[in-house]
Design a protein around this ligand. Structure first.
Ligand SMILES: *Cc1c(COP(=O)(O)O)cnc(C)c1O
Length: 349
């Protein structure tokens, strides 16, 4: 359990986890240096661990996943070009139009025919048929896909996306904030997934439970340029080893428990599916999306909150619950009962 957790059961996101005592101790004990001047030894160690696990030449520690994604976009594109990506991507929905404001690129969103963008969905967009159309510079994929509900893109499907990008001479950036979950759910290795992309972002502050942090992994040349962009974005961190130590601790102690979150998500989905006409697609990973027959997500979330459970009203007809390491099995059983009651009271009254 977390330090100082007297709050209700909070399943709004896997970002709400608090650093454990052991993680805080690892942070306190971290060996540090000035990472902007001549390097922080603990940040270097984390970057080497990430590069090794993802099978890339290099990796770079970032304060946030958003900054790492935006650095990747800056790295692969030129102003006045276009990025192709799933319409419901984190980069489109939750990064403050950084593509336009920082890199000067336009997003061309691909509407997926299924739950997430496939190679067949992407292919028609890669053909530039007119000299009056913008040049395309990059394809981005997201795995697992947050907005779609923690949906996994399989290795075969990711390879197919890579093939479409390659055929059009385009680099592929993978927003893998929850790539850890995709690997845990499928048995595909992180390196196999990462091998499909030119650059990969992974986050430490979601299911891994670190307070902040992400990494961008890729070739030595790309990561050297990403370092310069990171500095420009204000992401040059001095004694960053304090934060990197939390991420190292998370990789060493919290990665192996992600299947527990996936099992808990399935149990929560079963506990509420069908109640009052709500439907739940069985979750691939740790995110549960509950679709309601009426626009009552705010009401369901307010009722659940009054009973001690926090969930998100993701859209007017969709409630989201995310499982994580601060929601142990006994609490998940309770959460399922509370959410079922909130659905019943809202939808059947
Ligand atoms: C959370 C998230 C990010 C951004 O990470 P921050 O560290 O919160 O900036 C990017 N992509 C996806 C898919 C995410 O879920």
């Amino acid at each position: 359990m977390s330090v100082m957790s007297d709050a209700p059961i909070d399943l709004r996101s896997d970002t709400v986890t608090r650093p454990t005592l052991a993680m805080r101790r690892a942070m306190a004990d971290a060996e540090v240096g000035d990472d902007v001047l001549d390097g922080d030894p603990t940040a270097r160690r984390l970057e080497a661990m990430v590069a090794e696990r993802l099978g890339t030449e290099a990796a770079l520690f970032f304060p946030t996943g958003t900054m790492a994604n935006q650095a990747a976009i800056g790295l692969h594109t030129r102003p006045g070009t276009e990025v192709l990506l799933d319409a419901d991507s984190h980069i489109v929905q939750w990064e403050m139009a950084g593509t336009a404001a920082l890199a000067g690129v336009q997003v061309r969103t691909v509407r997926p025919s299924g739950r997430v963008m496939s190679a067949a969905d992407l292919a028609p967009y890669t053909r530039v048929t007119s000299i009056q159309a913008a040049e395309i510079s990059l394809v981005c994929a997201e795995n697992t896909h947050n907005g779609a509900g923690g949906v996994v893109t399989s290795l075969d499907d990711l390879r197919a996306l890579q093939a479409v990008a390659r055929a059009a001479n385009l680099p592929l950036h993978l927003d893998g904030a929850r790539l850890w979950n995709a690997a845990a759910a499928t048995g595909t290795s992180l390196a196999e997934f990462a091998g499909c992309a030119n650059t990969v972002m992974v986050s430490f502050s979601k299911g891994l439970g670190a307070p902040v942090g992400a990494a961008l992994a890729g070739s030595t040349a790309d990561i050297a340029r990403a370092m310069r962009i990171r500095k420009r974005l204000g992401g040059g961190m001095r004694q960053s080893g304090i934060l990197a130590a939390a991420a190292i601790y998370a990789l060493e102690h919290h990665l192996d428990r992600l299947p527990d979150d996936h099992a808990a998500a399935k149990r929560l989905a079963q506990a509420v599916d069908g109640i009052g006409g709500a439907t739940v697609v069985p979750p691939d990973t740790n995110i549960v999306m509950i679709d309601l027959p009426t626009a009552s997500a705010e009401a369901v979330s307010a009722r659940a909150r009054a009973m001690g459970l926090r969930v998100s009203a993701w859209t007017p007809t969709r409630v989201r619950a995310v499982l994580h390491l601060d929601a142990p099995p006994a609490l998940v059983v309770l959460a399922g009962a509370i959410l079922a009651r909130a659905l019943e009271e809202t939808l059947l009254s």
